[in-house]
Design a protein around this ligand. Structure first.
Ligand code: ARG
Length: 451
């Protein structure tokens, strides 16, 4: 098949070069957006009298038929076509003749492809927003069931202060809330039509750019034709948002991996979400979470790809930009599958409150509360801190905890100790009294969850 630009050329493209040049194997994913954009463009051309309404009607009917035929499998993509735009236009012209050749009036593939990616990513953003909301619902249900599940909070992966499982899970809810916000802002900036920028310098035809944007439910039109065709900030930003989501999923995965180990045993994964070993019969491995942790590397790689592709390009369109698609599709696909997998994994994961409580009892995570007890009696905090440190050392030496020390032993360190110290170092009380905004007390976490 001779290509559309064959007028200027005396030879056919080398077949290896054709494969190298062709983006159809991956940009065919945007076929719906390409057709939607072309229908809106044809409506505009006809409304403005740039093409006749008969030609406009023929084009629109032809495009709708192509859409139906792709949907029901009657029309297959020709992998020899240069890209999805050439394929659809070529198919249209084959079907309706000369009218099809008028579709590309006042348009270039440069503004066409920029439009298609924007429309495609808007759809992706909507799908991911729904999944992120689902993830947060799942986390909130788990959290609501565990507002009284005391566990150690860690710094440096050392037991630090008592929190609850609900408080810990709620931290991820906050991260995912920010992801949803970021995605919404990115969507807002992305949903702007570049169509009418044409190749780079706009057009002499009396087009109506705002009309096209409105037909496509977009928020407005780009304001500089060079920028309209050379901008891929929205791709960078979208993969940036994907990357931050992956940071969050990866950190969560890392914690699940730790919590599944016998050293922690805070949770038990459902059998459907864990795998065995080919040699060690006792093993139950958290492969899914390890894969999510690993796949974060892919998405960060996609971000590096697009940043590097864009950084040295002179204005306006350059073919390098064709490399944006595989990166952004891969980032989207990866985040989507990770979310789809982690949601039911969390839903079916069993939390083991007794083990969480046991771990909390062992690490002197109520030492701050012991020091605070003295401070509230008037002892300067630094002095109280030092006394408590000595008490902890004594406990370690004598195999005691702050809960199992006797009052006489306490009194050896300060006359300010009385029996109420046992209430103060009771882990449930320690959690309950941390009731400042954002704190782990069951009341506060419930308040946050309701919000
Ligand atoms: N397949 C191209 C891409 O994905 C479409 C734009 C091509 N424009 C051009 N003048 N070669 O970027």
């Amino acid at each position: 098949m001779s290509v559309m630009w064959s007028g200027r050329f005396q030879k056919e493209l080398d077949s290896k070069v054709n494969d190298f040049n062709s983006s159809l194997p991956f940009d065919c994913r945007m076929w719906e957006e390409d057709i939607a954009g072309s229908i809106a463009h044809a409506e505009m051309l006809s409304k403005q009298g740039i093409i006749s309404s008969e030609d406009g009607d023929k084009i629109i009917a032809g495009l709708k038929q192509i859409k139906a035929d792709i949907e029901n499998g009657l029309l297959k993509f020709d992998m020899n076509a240069e890209d999805i735009h050439m394929f659809i236009e070529g198919e249209l012209t084959a079907r309706i003749g000369d009218a099809g050749k008028r579709l590309h009036t006042a348009r270039s593939r440069n503004d066409q492809v920029a439009l298609d990616i924007r429309l495609f990513l808007v759809k992706c953003a909507d799908t991911l927003t729904e999944l992120l909301n689902k993830l947060n619902n799942t986390l909130s249900i788990k959290a609501s069931e565990n507002t009284e599940t005391v566990m150690p909070g860690y710094t440096h992966l050392q037991r630090a202060q008592p929190i609850t499982m609900a408080h810990h899970l709620s931290a991820y809810i906050e991260m995912i809330k920010r992801d949803i916000e970021r995605l919404a802002q990115c969507r807002e900036r992305m949903n702007i039509s570049p169509l009418g920028s044409c190749a780079l310098a706009g057009t002499t035809y009396p087009i109506d750019r705002e009309y096209v944007a409105k037909q496509l439910h977009m928020n407005g039109v780009t304001q500089n034709s060079l920028d309209g065709v050379s901008d891929r900030d929205f791709v960078i930003e979208f993969i940036g948002v994907m990357s931050i989501i992956m940071v969050h999923l990866s950190r969560f995965s890392e914690e699940i991996i730790l919590w599944c180990s016998h050293e922690f045993k805070f949770v038990e994964l459902d059998d459907a979400y864990a795998t065995g070993s080919s040699i060690m019969p006792q093993k139950k491995n958290p492969d899914i979470t390890e894969l999510i942790r690993g796949k974060s590397g892919r998405v960060f790689g996609d971000l590096m790809t697009i940043l590097t592709v864009m950084k040295g390009l002179p204005l306006a369109y350059n073919k390098d930009m064709q490399e944006d698609k595989e990166a952004v599709f891969d980032a989207y696909d990866t985040v989507k599958i990770c979310l789809e997998t982690i949601i039911p994994m969390i839903r079916t994961m069993k939390i083991l409150p007794e083990n969480c409580r046991k771990a909390a009892a062992k690490g002197f995570i109520n030492a701050t509360d012991c020091a605070d007890f003295l401070t509230k009696k008037g002892v300067p905090f630094r002095t109280a801190y030092k006394i408590t440190g000595e008490i902890v050392a004594f406990c370690i030496e004598n195999d005691l905890t702050l809960e199992t020390m006797s009052i006489e032993q306490y009194k050896n360190y300060s006359e300010y100790f009385d029996n109420r110290i046992f209430e103060a170092v009771n882990l449930e009380n320690c959690v309950k009294s941390r009731n400042t905004t954002g704190g782990p007390s069951p009341e506060e976490v419930k308040r946050q969850l309701n919000k």
